[in-house]
Design a protein. Structure first.
Length: 667
């Protein structure tokens, strides 16, 4: 046996297979076997193009491309190269191997910051007029650098793309299935397009899976989704010997050569959590092993990568402060995995006590969508603690954690369906608290990647999209809290206090502190509207003001307290209006939802083709639209609304029978 993840089959690090196959705290022990990619026999008589490394040199107003071909020969010949560079506008540049200068180039930008312009490189290897081989790739012209500079808080960890400071927003990707032949470009494209719909600009390919097919990176190139690419090592130790080192060197050389042309890949990372786990002494101390880990991830792997891609960015581990066991998970340097909310049982407001530089993991579990649960249960199984539900929960404490947070937040749900709904609201609120806080502190924190994006089978997990591609509440919320222009509210109230409802010094002081985040390239002038309302959504007190927010910045508005407000019978609503359009809106409670005096909003939903109109007679929190006779994806869902009407659109799927509910119905 070998040290490694507790949920996994013992000894799994000895096999160079995707670690998740041997079990994880969201995955079954189901090792795949056999060949899952195409097998082909390649032969040639004279020479072939193994690869071409296209190097970029950026200067003001131009980019020079140079070409470093790797050619394999069967016999001594002197072939010529014909390289064709096609720009996005159709302009073609021809080279026989010498550098090509592109004036006024079309640059590649992450989603939300500019266009995803791609150039096509077509190369022919020719001898005596005969084409011996051809090689084609798409590239994006961009500079991606990670800045680590001393500042007032410690050391920055910030991605800069083409001179722009980028706030990374997204989630951690795991393999899409336990049975790999089920994966296909269509399924992956839908998943990644759903990331873009939720305003992602980055995904982290987690190190316990496998190196993904070319089409994954092609799609990310097209969509502007930057990739943090873990090398495939996670939560384990490895015994270095000559054969193993030779194997992983070749592995990284192969992957570096294969993937170096993709503009989406902005960082290669050596592993997931190995440095942190050793420092935290999760495994028995072994001086030789600990030295081997530094040798592997700080010398062998980066050296092999840079042999193939000298321009690649490399980071030794996640989380890390830069390697050498130098305080991984330091809140003031490098990237952080934060799990005190969830594993540590801390309230959602605990996020606000931490100002990490880049948060590459944090999460909160929920049950999959009810229609997904119906696909692996019979009616008698639909109890949170049934055998079948427990077998579809791979973290042995997680259902209890969900129910503990549920007890702290909502009234007792009187049906299984309501418990599933409430669990998704918990995950949505937990991640919203974290992301909004870190976005409010842009400049100090420069990235939030929540755990996790997707599932590899139908299971209770941290995913925001379940195994069948259904959006959970969290993914709808991500589209709002990752929006380029975001208004968020740091409320003060019961959730900011320590202790419970019986604490002697529990004094609730309702207040709001609004913030506007502008992740666009232009300053915005906006109107801020806020109101204190009663449960029927009637206005008690209101205000408005104009605010100017610079590009790529966040701005706080003055804090406001409502000294006479009854926190059990009042809430605050807010919205941001730019050029007459509502750009961002939301509501906050000053008390736990289970204690708030909700009025029955008497929700109704009307269907008119692809449009749905929700009507409420009072304040409705976390409104879910549910299609009873189909599967639908909506332009928005799980949203708050004051009394009135709200129209959403069906983006994908169809149905004729819809129902609607809110937190009022959790009872």
């Amino acid at each position: 046996t070998s040290d490694g993840a507790a949920e996994s089959t013992r000894g799994f690090p000895y096999l160079r297979k995707a670690h998740y196959m041997f079990g994880w705290d969201w995955g079954a022990r189901l090792p795949d076997a056999g060949i899952f990619r195409d097998v082909y026999l390649e032969f040639w008589q004279t020479a072939r193009i193994e690869s071409i490394n296209v190097r970029q040199n950026h200067e003001e107003g131009k980019v020079q491309l140079s070409f470093e071909p790797e050619i394999e020969y069967c016999r001594v010949i002197t072939p010529m190269l014909r390289i064709e560079v096609e720009a996005p506008d159709g302009t073609v540049y021809i080279s026989s191997g010498e550098p090509v200068v592109l004036d006024n180039p079309f640059l590649w930008y992450p989603n939300g910051y500019g266009e995803q312009s791609l150039y096509t490189i077509r190369t022919q290897l020719i001898e005596d007029g005969v084409i011996l081989d051809e090689w084609t790739r798409r590239i994006g012209l961009r500079i991606a650098k990670w800045r680590r500079e001393k500042d007032e808080w410690g050391e920055s960890f910030e991605l800069n793309v083409n001179g722009l400071s980028v706030f990374a927003m997204g989630a951690d990707y795991i393999p899409e299935d336990h049975l790999l032949p089920r994966c296909c470009p269509k399924r992956t494209r839908q998943l990644l397009e759903d990331c873009k719909r939720a305003n992602f600009n980055m995904v982290r390919v987690w190190g316990g899976g496998y190196y993904l097919n070319d089409y994954f990176y092609d799609i990310c190139d097209e969509l502007g989704l930057m990739v943090w690419q873990d090398m495939m090592f996670a939560c384990a130790t490895y015994d270095l010997n000559e054969k193993f080192v030779d194997n992983v060197r070749e592995e990284i050389r192969h992957q570096g050569r294969r993937l170096r042309s993709h503009p989406c890949i902005v960082l290669w990372c050596g592993n997931n959590e190995i440095e942190m786990c050793i420092v935290q002494k999760r495994w028995k101390y072994n001086a030789r092993r600990n030295a081997d880990i530094i040798c592997l991830f700080e010398y062998i792997l980066p050296q092999a990568l840079h042999e193939m891609d000298p321009d690649a960015n490399y980071w030794p581990s996640s989380p890390s402060s830069g390697g050498g066991y130098d305080v991984p998970n330091d809140p003031n340097r490098g990237d952080t995995h934060y799990w005190d909310v969830w594993h540590g049982g801390e309230p959602f407001t605990a996020y606000r006590s931490h100002f990490f530089r880049f948060v590459s993991e944090f999460g909160f579990q929920s049950f999959p969508c009810h229609k997904t649960i119906e696909m692996f249960t019979t009616p008698q199984d639909r109890n949170v603690f049934s055998y079948v539900m427990d077998k579809h929960q791979r973290n042995n404490k997680a259902n209890g954690i969900i129910m503990q947070y549920m007890a702290n937040t909502f009234l007792y749900p009187n049906s299984f369906e309501k418990a599933v709904y409430a669990s998704q609201l918990l995950a949505m609120e937990a991640i919203r608290y974290g992301v909004e806080h870190w976005r409010r502190n842009r400049g100090r924190c420069m990235g939030t990647l929540y755990w996790q994006l997707n599932d590899c089978w139908p299971v209770a997990s941290w995913a925001s999209i379940d195994y069948y591609g259904r959006w959970k509440a969290l993914h709808y919320a991500a589209a709002r809290f990752f929006a380029p222009v975001l208004m968020s509210c740091e409320e003060s109230g019961a959730l900011s206090l320590k202790g419970d409802v019986n604490s002697q010094d529990r004094e609730i002081k309702p207040g709001i502190r609004l913030n506007v985040c502008n992740e666009t390239l232009n300053a915005i002038t906006a109107k801020v509207l806020w109101a204190l309302r009663d449960p029927e959504a009637r206005v008690i007190e209101a205000g408005k003001e104009m605010v100017v927010v610079d590009a790529l910045s966040a701005k706080y508005l003055p804090e406001r307290f409502f000294t006479d407000a009854d926190p059990y019978k009042s809430y605050a609503s807010y919205c941001l209006v730019v050029d007459g359009n509502i750009m961002s809106e939301g509501t906050v409670l000053f008390i736990e939802p289970k204690y708030f005096s909700f009025s029955d909003p008497k929700l109704k939903v009307e269907c008119n083709g692809c449009s749905l109109t929700v009507k409420a007679e009072a304040y409705a929190k976390s409104v879910e639209i549910f299609c009873e006779d189909g599967d639908c994806l909506y332009s928005d869902n799980f949203f708050d609304m004051n009394a009135g009407e709200r129209t959403v659109h069906i983006i994908r799927g169809e149905g004729t029978k819809f129902s609607v509910r809110s937190v009022f119905d959790i009872r």
